[in-house]
Design a protein around this ligand. Structure first.
Ligand code: LLP
Length: 416
């Protein structure tokens, strides 16, 4: 089912007109589709079928409570990287026993809270973290389930900022060191070895790097078995890419079929941590044209959305499609750079776009459901956008627009 479609010339999210949402709630505005979130999550669930599994949505991609709640209702687990994300999952009705805790910098208090609520597993990224976790668990009289996140040194062939599985990246434990670190994990008090974890990068459009990593992980698991350490689950991380422009990423179904084939008779429980492939194409970002500035050599459309709202174009030179919410226009088609009001040359959401624009037009930046709002900031003292969830012909504000007063509510002048 297509989620964002033109109906009688007006772009809709499911059955709700985006122009109407912009009118009612103002811009900039994030809009998410419940049906799309469910569809994307269920693609994983259906492909895994009766294979033992847990699909842990990567909360960092979009952590709005309404998004988490929709996925929790579908039975999702969650991949978290901070206590903040854990508290969001709990507040949204998520099940702690389906949570995996990733991240290179877990603090002792975060570990304690995760143990207290009973998360499924810690994905441990260093020996030092292993020792700290053992200490925290022992002190609390708990047993922490652990996977070691291994770094298989494979090239994910993605943007260098979102590639994580190479030797030079900060993530994980060198796979060649892993047998020794597993032996240590098995010997430390308060820990129980459960699995192996690996995440090699994000926005992967090919399956091959995933399978190369899996091969290395399986070789490790065989070696561990000889050491007397048995593994229950393989956590293959997230990373499946989406179509922003003309990419042709594998579907979740194709990816999982390939993984299952590789595993053959070895029915390890499989954990996946998808973020982008669930949320990106479940959301759009609406922004309004404030001014047209037509220079000799360049046309600018100055819009009310900016890099503080959606930083991917500025940070990674990411390309996201930009569509008018009303298909027809009397304005001439021109080539525009779409730039925001922030005082940075890098403040653009799109460049070289042929569009027919007039002041006041509303544009939809597509594929904005993942790594959009969550990476927003208050730079230039701009309040963060409101967020809306659509379900069929219903729409609801799921996060209010930040007021200016709230932006400095916690500040005070020095009283010295
Ligand atoms: N698991 C771990 C351990 C991760 O580090 C990540 C993403 C995921 C799962 C989810 O990966 P996904 O399925 O979403 O690819 N801000 C960047 C993306 C950063 C990804 C960080 N880690 C962007 O906007 O492209």
């Amino acid at each position: 089912m297509s989620i964002f479609t033109y109906q009688n010339g007006a772009l809709h999210a499911e059955q709700v007109s985006l122009a109407a949402l912009a009118e009612q709630h103002g811009t900039p505005l994030y809009v998410y589709s419940r049906a799309a979130l469910e569809q994307h999550f269920n693609a994983y669930r259906d492909a895994l079928g009766d294979w033992p599994h847990l699909v842990c949505y990567a909360v960092k991609a979009n952590s709005n409570l309404a998004v988490l709640n929709v996925l929790a209702q579908q039975g999702a687990g969650f991949d978290i990287v901070s206590q903040g994300e854990l508290e969001r999952v709990l507040a949204a009705g998520g099940d702690a026993s389906k949570v995996v805790f990733s991240g290179v910098g877990k603090q002792a208090a975060e570990m304690a809270r995760a143990l207290e609520v009973g998360v499924y597993c810690f994905n441990v990224e260093s020996e030092a973290e292993l020792e700290r976790l053992s200490g925290v668990a022992t002190q609390l009289g708990k047993v922490a389930h652990v996977s070691l996140r291994v770094n298989p040194d494979v090239d994910a062939k993605t943007h260098p900022y979102i590639s994580t599985g190479l030797k030079e990246n900060k993530f994980g434990i060198d796979i060649n060191e892993a047998p020794r670190v597993y032996a240590k994990a098995a010997s430390l008090p308060g820990l129980e070895v459960k699995g192996v974890d690996c995440h090699i990068g994000s926005q992967l459009t090919e399956i091959r790097p995933f399978l190369d990593a899996l091969d290395r992980v399986l070789a490790l698991v065989d070696g561990l078995a000889e050491q007397g350490i048995t593994i229950e689950h393989l956590d293959l991380g997230g990373g499946l890419g989406v179509k922003y422009r003309d990419e042709t990423p594998a579907t979740a179904g194709e990816y999982i079929a390939a993984v299952k084939e590789r595993l053959g008779e070895r029915r390890f429980k499989l954990i996946f941590e998808p973020g982008r492939s669930i949320a990106a194409n479940a959301g759009v970002f609406l922004t309004r044209v404030e001014y047209l500035k037509l220079n000799d050599h360049k046309n600018f459309a100055i819009i009310d959305g900016a890099m503080n709202d959606l930083i991917r174009p500025a940070l990674y030179s990411a390309w996201q499609d930009i569509k008018p919410v009303q298909e027809s226009s009397d304005a001439p088609v021109r080539n525009y750079d779409l730039v925001g009001p922030v005082c940075e040359t890098g403040d653009f959401l799109g460049k070289d776009r042929d569009l027919a624009l007039s002041e006041g037009d509303v544009l939809a930046v597509m594929s904005a459901g993942a790594y959009g709002f969550v990476m927003a900031s208050n730079y230039n003292t701009r309040g963060r956008a409101a967020e809306i969830m659509v379900d069929g012909d219903q729409a609801q504000v799921v996060r209010e627009r930040e007021s200016v007063a709230s932006l400095f509510a916690g500040e005070s002048v020095f009283q010295g």
